[in-house]
Ligand binder design. Structure first.
Ligand code: BGC
Length: 416
């Protein structure tokens, strides 16, 4: 009897302790497509299992532009969410406003410095303190294809360079199908554009032109060739592309309506969520000319300063969960990305994921590892927005000559 009541007291204490430490965690994110929603549901599951209340704050719109606008208005009105999907230099901008929470206690306890590639850890820190928790590594310079479409059109395999790519595109067109599935937001245009710049000019040229924003590189013959190539790709897209979401473009490849899509590996998350099998129902390969390079895109969550102790505990648990092995595996298997945490077992990942891990490591050594501009990893948001607009204007308006397009992009790059 005594024993029982002791147990009951202990159980009651556990419940009380759980209740006292659990908190509501409001998470702002833009993962609303099929594959994305499945992935974020895994984080919710882990947090709920820890006794926290997950308040989902999903803002639709691939690439996160809408989410960024909503976040600004929430923070300005003094009512920030507990956590928000923020990445790259935007983390530094938010931290410099003094609104982000310091995650060092969690980072130290969980040994983040030892578990993260330095290139990633640096982005998560402001003045040496962790202010964001990284989720994954997405590779942006991928091209996806439907093998049935390639077969029907008589295309032997994934094109390795632009000569092969345009020969394949021409065959797919002749077979009555759409060579390139594309959508209509500026980040989608830039996703293709940066892969073209990387494929045409190589990693050093990519760094000079799109990251250092060097005017000489931006107005060079290599940039001219990049813009010509980019425009030629446009001629293989369908007229209904403007306004289309990226996942609907992926669906066109899935359904055999289109041959290729230039897109980061969140597209793989879409294929997988639809039950498609890599190497059988869809193919992945580095975008033409980029086999030895890797544009990285790291998703991360920054936490906002909150007063409530329960909420703070939930934030610490969220940060620890994000970097934990359980989440890193299950989330990235669904999302199409690879774990950001080093030395994870990759047995359950498919060939595209394994190739991504191998290439991440080898390009980090060779100098081919570069941050994605299209996905907010490289330059300040103001310049990024301006060059994205200039690139999309060029893409959407065939009357803008290559020379003028180049001038407009170079001018936009000077935006402070
Ligand atoms: C994000 C991905 C997301 C994609 C489409 C990218 O910028 O990093 O996580 O799936 O946009 O929404």
């Amino acid at each position: 009897m005594l024993k029982l009541s002791k147990l009951a007291v202990a159980a009651a204490l556990v419940v009380v302790a759980g209740a006292a430490s659990a908190g509501e965690v409001e998470v702002l994110h833009y993962w609303t497509s099929g594959g994305e929603a499945k992935s974020v549901a895994e984080l919710k599951k882990i947090m709920t299992a820890k006794g926290h209340v997950w308040k989902d704050f999903a803002v639709a719109g691939g690439g996160g532009d809408n989410a960024a606008t909503v976040l600004k208005s929430r923070v300005v009105s003094g009512n920030p969410p507990a956590a928000a999907q923020i990445k790259g230099p935007a983390i530094q901008e938010w931290a410099s406003e003094g609104v982000l929470a310091n995650l060092d206690a969690t980072a130290k306890a969980e040994k983040w410095d030892a578990l993260l590639p330095k290139v990633v850890a640096d982005v998560m820190k402001y003045k040496g303190n962790y202010v964001a928790a990284p989720v994954n590594v997405h590779r942006v310079n991928w091209m996806w294809a439907n093998p049935e479409v390639l077969k029907k059109a008589g295309v032997a395999g994934m094109p390795k360079n632009y000569d092969e790519f345009f020969a394949a595109a021409e065959k797919i067109k002749k077979a009555g199908l759409i060579p390139v599935a594309h959508g209509g937001q500026n980040w989608q245009d830039f996703t293709t554009f940066e892969s073209v710049v990387l494929g045409v000019g190589g990693a050093k040229f990519y760094q000079d032109s799109l990251i250092k924003l060097d005017q000489k590189a931006l107005t060079s013959d290599t940039m001219k060739k990049s813009l010509e190539t980019f425009r030629k790709i446009k001629s293989y897209t369908d007229p209904a592309a403007p306004g289309r979401d990226w996942n609907l473009a992926t669906a066109m490849v899935m359904q055999g309506k289109a041959g290729f899509q230039f897109m980061g590996d969140w597209a793989k998350g879409e294929f997988l969520a639809a039950g498609k099998v890599p190497n059988k129902d869809f193919l992945c390969a580095a975008a033409p000319g980029t086999a030895n390079a890797y544009t990285f895109n790291v998703d991360s969550f920054a936490m906002f300063k909150l007063k409530d102790a329960g909420a703070q505990k939930a934030q610490a648990d969220l940060a620890a969960s994000i970097m934990g092995t359980e989440f890193q595996e299950v989330f990235n298997l669904n999302k199409g990305s690879i774990p950001v945490r080093l030395n994870m077992n990759m047995d359950k990942f498919d060939d595209c994921g394994k190739a991504s891990t191998k290439d991440f490591v080898s390009t980090a050594k060779s100098g081919g590892l570069v941050p994605s501009v299209a996905h907010g990893m490289a330059i300040k948001p103001a310049a990024e927005g301006a060059i994205k607009d200039a690139v999309s204007q060029f893409w959407n308006d065939d009357k803008i000559s290559v020379a003028d397009g180049m001038k407009n992009i170079a001018k936009a790059a000077a935006t402070k």
